[in-house]
Design a protein around this ligand. Structure first.
Ligand SMILES: *Cc1c(COP(=O)(O)O)cnc(C)c1O
Length: 489
């Protein structure tokens, strides 16, 4: 533990990696920082040389596991490869040096890109219009539910307080509905994970604001009764919200708007290949059907009849503002580059290839792992732990053992429908060789579980840190640099 601190704490009093001019608050004769905003005391920053900094970050990055390091089959998260061309294009200084308060005339290129993305997502989703403002999937859900609320309120339909959420839903769904001020009512899944229409029917009365669904559902199965569900919810006066985090397998093939959904969010940082994880910037655009367009948040980018782009800042029907300015523009640029570099036809290959990869893994592993729902899945599927339950080896153990073999773990203990859930999503960008290597290792772990369970139970063995104190990390996170006292170092 002390050794860890020693290698982490590199600061030495007086050491420096860079020198600034004495008077560094004045650039070309103008004061960059007003006097009243200047610090009175020096901030506590690490004092290190340039090689110290470079080695520190390079070593940290080597300790990390990422999509660029290895296979990352984290179910529901769509950890697809992040093409480097996206980074290159979004890093062009013409974009990165823009300021949101610049005159509209000087932003036309960026606004055109923004507007084009609004149109592309609308076409992909089969919906009328998109806002790109929300920062993440969960933020998109909240925005979409605020649209739902505003819709009922604007019609004077004030009784609609209930949002129906399936028991297999992603945790953000009920949370977003609560934050938006709705009461959450659960609808049960059938054994195959799809919504039980018979359980849904009695819930549909005049207090229903809407239903939140994902299709394919959390178990990776397509909701074949979606038309019937849409009809029933609409007849009851409710709206259908589509959690589009699972859009990958349907991309360009099936459109949520055509299935009957009124509102949806898309995770650009899943389906559209922009990086995510570690709390990095995301983007959760929200699309709506025609009758809800006016309620979308502001600002919004519009194109006039002369082909000039404008930032529309106010609209009396809008639910207001949910982000600063237009949202995470850098993330949108990456998604835009992704759509353009794939093109319409190749975009349609994403779904079939991710589906093929998921089914390939599933079929090859179901001899050793318990597959509670058999049949063709979409882009992901769920095992209920090892088939042989007598070994004492749990899903957590298998997940940790995978790290020893250089693979990221799948999503574990979600969905809650099974005790030992292990949710595997390979994505379309993985080669057959990678899938085969993963399958081989999963078989090997199953064999270890039978022959030498201790080695699996005590995993990981080869990682930089072994079992982590996850509770302490979550309860007492240290998120900023803190200089250690001499005695602690
Ligand atoms: C990832 C995910 C979300 C939440 O998206 P964030 O960007 O993490 O907020 C919501 N629903 C489903 C099904 C997801 O997989």
């Amino acid at each position: 533990m002390n050794y860890d601190k020693l290698i982490f704490e590199l600061s030495k009093k007086g050491r420096q990696g860079y020198s600034l001019p004495e008077d560094n608050y004045h650039v070309d004769g103008f004061s960059a920082i007003p006097k009243e905003l200047l610090r009175e005391e020096k901030p506590q920053l690490p004092e290190v040389s340039e090689p110290d900094v470079v080695r520190h970050y390079t070593n940290l990055s080597n300790k990390n596991f990422g999509v660029d390091t290895g296979f990352y089959p984290l179910g529901s998260c769509t950890m697809k490869y992040n093409p480097k061309i996206n980074e290159e294009l979004s890093g062009l200084s013409g974009f990165t040096s823009l300021h949101p308060l610049q005159d509209e005339k000087s932003l036309q290129g960026a606004l055109e890109l923004y507007w084009n993305l609004q149109r592309m997502l609308s076409e992909i989703a089969g919906l009328e219009e998109f806002t790109l403002n929300p920062y993440a999937g969960a933020h998109g859900e909240l925005t979409g539910l605020m649209v739902m609320k505003k819709y009922h309120e604007s019609r004077g339909d004030l009784k609609r307080k209930k949002v129906i959420v399936p028991d297999s839903a992603h945790g953000t769904n009920p949370a977003s509905a609560m934050v938006a001020g709705f009461d959450v009512v659960e609808v049960k899944s059938k054994p195959n994970g799809s919504i039980d229409v018979e359980d849904l029917k009695p819930l549909l009365d005049d207090s229903v604001a809407g239903i939140m669904m994902t299709n394919p559902n959390t178990l990776g199965m397509f909701e074949t009764e979606i038309r019937e569900i849409a009809k029933l919810v609409h007849e009851a006066g409710g709206l259908l919200y589509y959690d589009g985090a699972n859009l990958n397998p349907l991309l360009g093939k099936v459109r949520p708007g055509d299935m009957g959904f009124d509102i949806m969010h898309i995770n650009l940082h899943k389906t559209f290949s922009t990086p995510h994880g570690g709390g990095g910037p995301g983007s959760g655009p929200v699309g709506v059907a025609k009758h809800l367009v006016n309620l979308l948040p502001m600002p919004h980018v519009k194109k006039d009849e002369n082909g000039i782009f404008h930032i529309e800042g106010e609209n009396p029907d809008s639910l207001g503002s949910i982000s600063s300015f237009l949202g995470n523009f850098g993330v949108m640029m990456k998604a835009y580059a992704y759509i353009l570099s794939l093109g319409r036809e190749n975009l349609k290959q994403v779904g079939p290839l991710s589906t093929l990869n998921a089914n390939y893994i599933k079929e090859n592993l179901k001899d050793d792992y318990l597959l509670p729902i058999d049949g063709v899945c979409k882009h992901e599927f769920v095992f209920d732990g090892l088939k042989d339950k007598s070994t004492g080896v749990t899903t957590l153990n298998v997940a940790k053992r995978l790290l020893d073999y250089g693979f990221h773990a799948p999503t574990i203990y979600f969905p809650l429908l099974f005790h030992e859930s292990m949710m595997i999503e390979p994505t379309e960008t993985e080669s057959k060789e990678t899938l085969d290597a993963f399958i081989e290792v999963m078989h090997k772990i199953a064999q270890e579980a039978r022959e030498n369970p201790e080695v699996v139970i005590n995993a990981p063995h080869t990682t930089i840190v072994r079992k982590l104190d996850e509770t302490n990390a979550a309860k007492n996170p240290v998120l900023t640099y803190k200089m250690l006292k001499e005695s602690e170092a």
